[in-house]
Design a protein around this ligand. Structure first.
Ligand code: 5SP
Ligand code: FE2
Length: 219
C-alpha cells in the first residue's frame, strides 16, 4: 500500500487547519510541509511556528521537507515544533552524515532529498543512516510544475540500491504527482506520494486522494 502525503504548499493558508483536517479525514498518511528560505530555492514559505500551531490538531506524520541552506541550524526548532520526519537536501549538506545523525539524535526520522540532477550515489556510503529518500520529480521551489520523466530511472536505481543496503527505507516522490504520473512512479518503486496541487486545487480533496490511490493500484 502506498502512502499519500498531501503538500500544504497548495492549501489555502487562510484556512490551513480546515484543509489539514480535510485531508486527514480523507485518509492521508503524511502531512508534507515544504519549508523554503528564499536562498536554496527562490520561494519563502513556512517556519517552525506554523508546524507548532498545527501539531496539537493533527495525528498525521509531519513530513518536513527542508529546502533551506544550512539545515543543521533548524533541525532542533522543527523537532521541538513537532516534526516527525525531517528531510534535508543532499545539495545543502556539507556533512550529510553528521546532519542525518543529528536528526536521529534529536528523535526524528531522517530523510535525504535529491534534486532532479543529483544522483543516488551520495547515499552509497550511508547505509542504515536514513529512513527515507525524497526524489524530487520537479526542481524544488514551487507547486504546480510539470513532472520530469528523466527522474524515473533514478527511482529504479534507488530501489535496487536500497534493497542491497537492507533495512527499511521509503522512497518518496515529490513534484507533478497526480493520477497520470502515479502509475509511472509506483512502477519505478515509489512508496510515498507527495501531491500538492493535485489534491488541494481539486474541487474535492477527498476524491483527489481516492483517485491517487486508485492510480497507484494501476501502477
Ligand atoms: O517540494 C515541493 C516543491 O518544491 C513540493 O512538495 C510541492 O508542493 C509539490 O507540488 P505539486 O507539484 O504536487 O503541485
Ligand atoms: Fe516538498
Amino acid at each position: 500500500m502506498v502512502k499519500i502525503a498531501p503538500s500544504i504548499l497548495s492549501a489555502d493558508f487562510a484556512r490551513l487547519l480546515e484543509d489539514v483536517r480535510r485531508v486527514e479525514e480523507a485518509g492521508a498518511d503524511y502531512l508534507h510541509i515544504d519549508v523554503m528560505d528564499g536562498h536554496f530555492v527562490p520561494n519563502i514559505t513556512i517556519g517552525p511556528a506554523v508546524v507548532a500551531a498545527l501539531r496539537p490538531h493533527s495525528r498525521l506524520v509531519f513530513d518536513v521537507h527542508l529546502m533551506i541552506e544550512e539545515p543543521d541550524r533548524y533541525i532542533d526548532p522543527f523537532i521541538q515544533a513537532g516534526a516527525d520526519l525531517i528531510t534535508v537536501h543532499a545539495e545543502t549538506c556539507r556533512h550529510l552524515h553528521r546532519t542525518l545523525n543529528c536528526i536521529r539524535e534529536k528523535g526524528g526520522r531522517a530523510g535525504v532529498a535529491l534534486n532532479p540532477a543529483t544522483g543516488p550515489e551520495v547515499l552509497q556510503y550511508l547505509p542504515g543512516l536514513f529512513d527515507l529518500v525524497l526524489v524530487m520529480t520537479v526542481n524544488p521551489g514551487f507547486g504546480g510544475q510539470a513532472f520530469i520523466p528523466q527522474t524515473l530511472p533514478k527511482i529504479k536505481d534507488l530501489q535496487r540500491m536500497i534493497g542491497e543496503m537492507g533495512g527499511n527505507v521509503e522512497i518518496e516522490v515529490d513534484g507533478g504527482i497526480g493520477p497520470s504520473t502515479v502509475p509511472l512512479v509506483v512502477q519505478a518503486g515509489a512508496g510515498v506520494l507527495v501531491a500538492g496541487s493535485a489534491i488541494f486545487n481539486a474541487p474535492d480533496p477527498a476524491t483527489a486522494i481516492r483517485e491517487i490511490r486508485e492510480a497507484a493500484q494501476r501502477g
